[in-house]
Design a protein around this ligand. Structure first.
Ligand code: IMP
Length: 185
């Protein structure tokens, strides 16, 4: 497989570039500036959702120009399936105190909205001052849960995507651009 090509073939499936490095970089920079301005004078905790958000998370917080703290949550993933199982379990809890704190959940992608809905409820139980969500990608057509997404990088079609942290069967997270499956969802 050629990691620098605009088209990638994996087991008979064809993925085409959806968002290139430059486009992602520019938007992540804008999101960082917006968050820095909105949280100016506060000390937010950015909570990354493992594993998918690691690349976005690392790039985003380097575009934050105010003091902040970080922590991570891990939820069960799709596993090897392309379609959500409809169930979420917590694999790694937070290590910090979030009571009375300003929390920003950092997600790679919101699909059905189930994971974000679960995390907002989980975090809400600990009486934070505020909880907001930033997601790099939003599959708006696929979202079934009524969750507020405060900062969205890109609205994308309801297609399976890989790269920039997003996987297929745990692989391809290391692609620098984001690629969408052309034949199917
Ligand atoms: P949701 O709970 O249905 O909103 O799905 C959220 C999670 O599903 C994300 O954090 C990803 O781990 C995974 N996911 C959803 N869509 C995709 C995709 O197109 N590619 C890779 N992972 C995805």
């Amino acid at each position: 497989m050629n990691y620098n090509s605009d088209t990638i073939k994996i087991d008979g499936d064809v993925f085409e570039i959806l968002l290139d490095e430059e486009t992602i970089d520019k938007r992540v920079n804008e999101l960082g500036e917006q968050l820095s301005s909105d949280y100016n004078g506060r000390l937010p905790i950015f909570i990354g959702v493992l594993n998918g958000s690691v690349i976005f998370f690392a790039d985003l917080i380097r575009n934050i120009s105010i003091d902040c703290e970080v922590d991570f949550l891990k939820l069960s993933s799709y596993g090897d399936a392309k379609i959500s199982s409809g169930k979420v379990t917590l694999l790694k809890d937070l290590n910090c105190q979030i009571e009375s704190r300003d929390i920003v959940i950092v997600e790679d992608i919101v699909d059905t909205g189930l994971s974000i809905d679960y995390m907002k409820k989980l975090i809400g139980q600990h009486n934070p001052q505020s909880v907001k969500v930033v997601t790099l990608l939003h599959k708006a057509e696929a979202t079934k849960y009524d969750v507020q997404l405060d900062y969205v990088g890109f609205k994308i079609p309801n297609k399976f995507v890989i790269g920039y942290g997003l996987d297929r069967s745990q692989k391809y997270r290391n692609l620098k651009s984001i690629y969408a499956l052309t034949n199917g969802k």
